[in-house]
Design a protein around this ligand. Structure first.
Ligand code: KG4
Ligand code: ZN
Length: 348
C-alpha cells in the first residue's frame, strides 16, 4: 500500500466486562491493544453484574484510550476513524463506549463506524493469519453467544445455528458456580480438568434434530448439578462433594470433553454441508487449550484447516474491532455519521 495513504484508526470495545481500546493502521498493523478488566469485581457473584461493569467502564475508559494512543506512538491528531462496538452486549456498558467514541469523533470532526461484536470476534483470526480467505464457516463461542455462520465474504454472513439455551461460556460459568469455583468459570474448569479423567462421567452430548446446527447446553449443566447434588440429597452432601478434589477434577474434564465433542461435531458438519475446508473460531471459550487440541486433531482427519486467533485476541479486546474497521475502510473508505444506536441484541 502507498505509504502516504496509510491512515490510523482507534477502536473502542466495552460490550461486557472488559474496557478496551486499540490503535491500528490501515495497512492492517495493530499498533496497540489495551484491555482493563473488571472480572475480579464480578468473581464472587458467579457472573457479570451489569451495574459494576458499567461503573468500571466509566471510570477507566479515558485512561485505557490514552494508554492505547501512547502505546501506539501515534498522536490523537493522526487518528481519522473511530470504530466502536455497538452491540450485542450489556446496554449500559455499550453506551459508555459508544458515547465516548461519538464525543471524540464529533469534537475532532473525524469518522465513526459502529461495529458488531460477533463479527469482530470472527475477524480476530485475520490479525495473525495472512493466509485466511473467504468463504469459511465461522464459530463464535463466548460468554453470551454460541453461533455458527457461513461467511461468504466481508460483511456477508448467513446464520446456520445458535444455542437454544445457554451459550458455551455461560455453561462453563454456571457449572463453575455449581462446583464452587470463581467467575469466569472457563479458565478455572480448564485448569482443574488437566488433572481429571475425561471419561469419568458420561455427560449428555445433545445433538438435537438430525442435521441441526443449533446447540443446547442446559441439559449438561443439570447433569453436572445432579452429579454433585443428587435429588433429595442434603446440603451437607453437596458441600462434601464439591470439596472432593478428585471428583471435581473428573467432572471438569468430563464436562468440557462432552461440550467440546458436540461443538466440534457441529462445526465440522457445517464445513461439510457448506463444502468449505476453512473453519474460523472466535470468542473467549476458544482460548481453551483442550478445545484447540481436540478440534485441530478432528479437523486434520477431515483435511480442514482451523484458523484461531491467539489467546489474547480470543477474549474481548479492541484489536479485533480495529481490524474489522480496517477491512471496512479498505472497501468503503472513512465512514461518518453519528446517527446510530447501541443494540444489545444485535445478531450477525
Ligand atoms: O468473548 P468473551 O471474553 O466475552 C463475551 O463476549 O462473552 O468470553 C468470555 C467467556 C466466559 O464465559 C469465560 O468463562 C469463557 O469465555 N472462557 C473460557 C476460557 N477462557 C474464557 N471457557 C473455557 N475455557 C477457557 N480457557
Ligand atoms: Zn465477546
Amino acid at each position: 500500500m502507498n505509504k502516504k495513504r496509510v491512515k490510523f484508526l482507534l477502536a473502542i470495545e466495552t460490550s461486557c466486562d472488559e474496557t478496551a481500546a486499540a490503535v491500528a493502521s490501515t495497512d492492517g498493523q495493530i499498533l496497540s491493544n489495551v484491555v482493563s478488566s473488571s472480572v475480579k469485581l464480578h468473581s464472587k457473584y458467579g457472573g457479570v453484574i451489569p451495574e459494576i461493569a458499567c461503573r468500571f467502564h466509566v471510570e477507566y475508559i479515558s485512561s485505557v484510550i490514552n494508554k492505547a494512543i501512547t502505546d501506539s506512538g501515534i498522536s490523537l491528531e493522526k487518528i481519522q476513524q473511530i470504530c466502536v462496538t455497538n452491540g450485542p452486549g450489556l446496554v449500559g456498558a455499550l453506551l459508555v463506549g459508544v458515547q465516548t467514541a461519538k464525543a471524540i469523533a464529533y469534537s475532532r470532526r473525524i469518522g465513526i463506524l459502529p461495529i458488531n461484536h460477533l463479527r469482530a470476534h470472527l475477524h480476530a483470526a485475520f490479525i495473525e493469519n495472512n493466509d485466511l480467505k473467504y468463504p469459511f464457516v465461522g464459530l463464535v463461542i463466548s460468554g453470551g453467544h454460541t453461533s455458527l455462520v457461513y461467511v461468504e465474504g466481508f460483511g456477508k454472513y448467513k446464520l446456520l445455528g445458535q444455542t437454544r439455551d445457554d451459550a458455551v461460556g455461560e455453561a462453563f460459568d454456571k457449572v463453575a458456580k455449581i462446583l464452587g469455583l470463581a467467575y469466569p468459570g472457563g479458565p478455572a474448569i480448564e485448569k482443574l480438568a488437566n488433572n481429571g479423567l475425561s471419561n469419568a462421567f458420561r455427560f449428555p452430548q445433545v445433538l438435537l434434530e438430525k442435521d441441526s446446527l443449533d446447540f443446547s447446553l442446559s441439559g449438561i449443566k443439570t447433569a453436572v448439578l445432579y452429579t454433585v447434588k443428587p435429588p433429595k440429597s442434603s446440603e451437607e452432601e453437596y458441600l462434601e462433594n464439591i470439596k472432593n478434589q478428585t471428583l471435581v477434577n473428573n467432572i471438569c474434564a468430563s464436562f468440557q470433553d462432552a461440550v467440546f465433542k458436540t461443538v466440534i461435531h457441529k462445526a465440522l458438519f457445517a464445513c461439510e454441508k457448506f463444502k468449505t475446508k476453512r473453519l474460523v473460531i472466535g470468542g473467549g471459550v476458544s482460548a481453551n487449550g483442550y478445545f484447540r487440541k481436540c478440534l485441530t486433531e478432528r479437523a486434520n482427519q477431515k483435511s480442514t484447516k482451523v484458523f484461531y486467533p491467539s489467546k489474547k485476541y480470543c477474549v474481548d479486546n479492541a484489536a479485533m474491532v480495529a481490524l474489522y474497521g480496517v477491512d471496512f475502510y479498505r472497501r468503503y473508505g472513512i465512514k461518518y455519521g453519528y446517527n446510530f444506536k447501541v443494540n444489545p441484541n444485535l445478531g450477525f
